[in-house]
Design a protein around this ligand. Structure first.
Ligand code: 7TS
Length: 415
């Protein structure tokens, strides 16, 4: 992901100071300074985002898109500003291609239901990979049960990389959609999404990308990738929970029906018939998470101030350092060794359960995630019940990794 910038000395941002922007990091857990390495689950919010959300609640709160009064108009303007910022962040062609959701899971469910109801029929295939998050498996299974469409799964090799020939071979006249993760949350694999999309488009097959783990860590350009849908969550990008994005190409959003019914998404309602609002509001129902949207808007400013390229380079450097250090620990096996990899370090020991590693680390103030990471098929592929996973953000540093290594060694001693 890191492109032009290669070394710490090339940074124009002082990443060690950046840590001070995150109040949650400045605390003791179990009597030790917190080391937060669970960023793939959720990242932390900088003070500026917390302040923005507080200000909204303290002096700006009103419902959006419906009030003539000043507060409502201001809330609407601020909430809609996030849409413009997201459009710019991911280089979407039109602002109305940005649909607000409550997160990646919600975005994928929206496409599965709306696209599936319109286009799926008996015998259709939904092409996914072996290393998807459950959100990008189960949503499709549910709509498959209603429409007769079935999952088809592209395998990965022992490094956790998509087997390209299998992908090309799997595409056929029955493929209704390709739904694939940009970056695997369990293994860190970065999929070659531009090539995946180009190959599918040769057969006029649309592609949904699960960008939950990619959008926080690199510059996303949906026009360059040419994907048809792109889903991601605010809370993994220094924003609050409860807010997310579905990008969809205008041509698809125009064609597919609304997912949920209610206020906002309508144009005219009678008991006989309802007509729908214009894009993107056709897909947005009820009172949205306004404070979260406004907070996310500030999070985007924050990320842009640092620069997504610098973030990618910093994380690559930390990942390289972390990989090197973990590899030195006897008996530790890294799961997920793709050449193109994002800042996830999943590992196992043959004789220590991942949960035990996580518990010992927690006792030392080190937060990681253990378990199947909502990606049980990925675990099955590597024949492990669970992994311990340290996931890095740009605000982590080498001291965090050194503490992790020390902590793991302690767990080894104890077991
Ligand atoms: N897709 C991927 C690739 C993810 O990593 C996650 C969350 C989701 C979808 C769902 O995102 P949500 O915001 O809708 O919950 N991944 C993780 C994880 O790795 N640990 O906790 C949540």
């Amino acid at each position: 992901m890191a492109e032009a910038i290669k070394t710490i000395s090339d940074y124009t941002v002082n990443f060690d100071k950046i840590r001070d922007d995150f109040p949650v990091l400045n605390q003791q857990v179990m009597g030790k300074p917190l080391v937060y390495l669970d960023n793939a689950a959720s990242s932390q919010m900088p003070q500026t985002v917390i302040d923005r959300i507080n200000r909204y609640h303290s002096s700006e709160h009103a419902n959006v898109h419906r009030g003539i009064h000043t507060l409502s108009q201001k809330a609407t303007d601020e909430f809609e500003l996030a849409r413009k910022k997201v459009q710019k962040l991911i280089n979407a062609e039109y602002e109305h291609e940005i649909v607000y959701t409550t997160g990646t899971t919600d975005s994928i469910n929206l496409v599965a239901n709306s696209f599936g109801r319109k286009f799926f029929s008996e015998g259709d295939e939904i092409l996914i990979s072996e290393i998807e998050h459950h959100a990008n498996i189960v949503s499709w299974q549910l709509i498959g049960e209603q429409t007769g469409a079935k999952l088809k799964v592209i395998p990965v090799n022992d490094d956790g990389e998509l087997i390209w020939e299998e992908y090309v071979e799997a595409l056929n006249e029955n493929t209704a959609i390709v739904a694939i993760t940009h970056v695997s949350n369990a293994l860190g694999t970065i999929n070659p999404v531009k090539e995946i999309v180009a190959e599918a488009h040769k057969h006029d097959i649309p592609v949904l990308l699960d960008g939950a783990q990619a959008a926080p860590h690199s510059k996303i350009d949906v026009q360059d990738i040419d994907c048809d849908f792109y889903a991601f969550s605010a809370h993994k990008m220094c924003g609050p929970t409860g807010f997310g994005i579905l990008y969809g190409k205008e041509k698809w959003l125009e064609q597919i029906p609304p997912f949920r019914g209610g206020g906002e998404m309508i144009d005219k309602v009678t008991f006989e018939e309802t007509t729908y609002n214009r894009l993107p509001y056709k897909f947005e129902t009820g009172t949205p998470p306004i404070a979260a949207g406004i907070g996310y808007s500030t999070a985007i400013d924050y990320l842009n101030d640092i620069g997504m390229e610098q973030i990618a380079a910093r994380e690559q450097e930390l990942l390289d350092y972390g990989t090197e250090q973990l590899q030195k620990i006897e008996g530790l096996r890294i799961i997920g060794t793709a050449k193109e990899k994002a800042s996830v370090l999943s590992f196992v020991f043959d004789d220590i359960h991942a949960t035990d590693v996580g518990t010992i680390l927690d006792q030392q103030g080190i937060a990681i995630r253990t378990g199947h990471h909502c990606a049980q098929p990925s675990m099955r592929r590597f024949d492990v019940p669970a992994t311990a996973r340290a996931s890095l953000s740009f605000y982590n540093n080498k001291v965090d990794i050194d503490r992790l290594v020390e902590g793991i060694k302690k767990a080894k001693e104890l077991f």
